[in-house]
Design a protein around this ligand. Sequence first.
Ligand code: ZN
Length: 69
Amino acid sequence: MECLICRSVTENGCLAFCGAVICGECEARLMEQTVDEPGYDIQVQAFRLLWQRQFLAARDRHLADGDHV
Ligand SMILES: [Zn+2]
């Protein structure tokens, strides 16, 4: 599995959700991070992209279901 934020390969994802994994290092950083710190935007963006993907995938599923009705 590849860490969502730093892209490093992590064997044991400390945090896994929505099919994505965040390594222990990044998880710790996220927990400690405040909005003012550099790098926060990048991490927020990574999360936003993930959520967007999940949202679009869910929407596409609904559209596909609609086709069959
Ligand atoms: Zn990481």
